[in-house]
Write a protein that binds this ligand. Structure first.
Ligand SMILES: [Zn+2]
Length: 267
């Protein structure tokens, strides 16, 4: 079974201008260019982009992808629509439409998805985030988040939220990685998307500390969601052995998400 462990296929319709962006300018909610484009776009435009992304994933043999789904309830419905005629499966990690905890919205989001995936601790009021996490835990679903992508974030605060897995850690220090390893939290790395921002995930350090490392393609507007290309890039540019890279898209995510896939069937 082949996994793409981190995608945002909702932004596949966006054609980026030829210029440099920081993470903040491009993807941070609510003001990043991506979010402005999503607001302006029609449903059909977004959906067609998602369908193109799904075809790319199918084309490279992906069985399942783990999507950080923006746009609240409507966003989940769009993704389900995009995969309706496909054999590909999605682990959907939704997020509230606004950067706020709303009990009723959360209940619906969790009914329809496998859990919640948020942008980063820096974008949120910590108390709101704690309420979200508590709700996710009550419903025994997944909570995941981006962490230390382009600046170091407080790893103790992040780990207090008991995430199922983290994405990026480009700016994490060795001590931060020690903490992640101690708590046995899996980490998804997306080296090609990171390269776009001039960033590098600490892959050899993560492997050295026996962290469960998984591979994803991140924003579809930056990198086409072809996980095999991502794996080749990793082997070529990070000196990771091919058999280790294959594990990052097969055995490791299967170990982490296998149970969840069995137990949490969404409607
Ligand atoms: Zn991401």
């Amino acid at each position: 079974m082949i996994f793409n462990c981190h995608t945002h296929i909702g932004d596949a319709f966006i054609e980026l201008p030829q210029k440099k962006f920081s993470v903040y300018e491009l993807v941070a909610p609510p003001d990043g260019l991506k979010h402005k484009m999503l607001e302006k776009a029609s449903k059909t435009e977004i959906l067609n982009g998602m369908k193109r992304a799904v075809r790319i994933m199918e084309g490279c043999g992906t069985d399942i992808f783990i999507d950080f789904r923006e746009g609240g309830i409507e966003g989940i419905e769009l993704l389900k629509e995009a995969i309706r005629d496909s054999k590909i499966k999605a682990i959907i990690l939704a997020r509230p439409k606004n950067m706020k905890y709303d009990e009723e919205e959360m209940e619906k989001l969790l009914d329809m998805s496998h859990g919640i995936g948020i942008s980063s601790i820096a974008d949120w009021n910590f108390e709101e985030l704690e309420m979200i996490v508590n709700h996710v835990k009550d419903r025994k679903k997944i909570f995941a988040m981006h962490a230390s992508e382009d600046k170091r974030e407080d790893i103790d605060k992040i780990l207090d939220l008991e995430p199922h897995f983290l994405v990026h850690l480009c700016k994490a220090t060795e001590e931060d990685i020690n903490e992640v390893a101690k708590k046995k939290i899996g980490v998804v790395v997306c080296p090609r998307a990171n390269k776009f921002f001039g960033l590098k995930p600490p892959i050899s350090l993560l492997l050295e500390k026996n962290v469960s490392v998984m591979l994803g393609t991140d924003n579809a507007m930056i990198v086409k969601p072809n996980i095999i290309e991502e794996m080749k890039f990793l082997v070529k540019n990070y000196g990771v052995e091919k058999n280790i890279a294959i594990k990052m898209i097969s055995n490791t995510p299967l170990k982490i998400f296998g149970e969840i896939l069995k137990n949490h069937v969404y409607s």
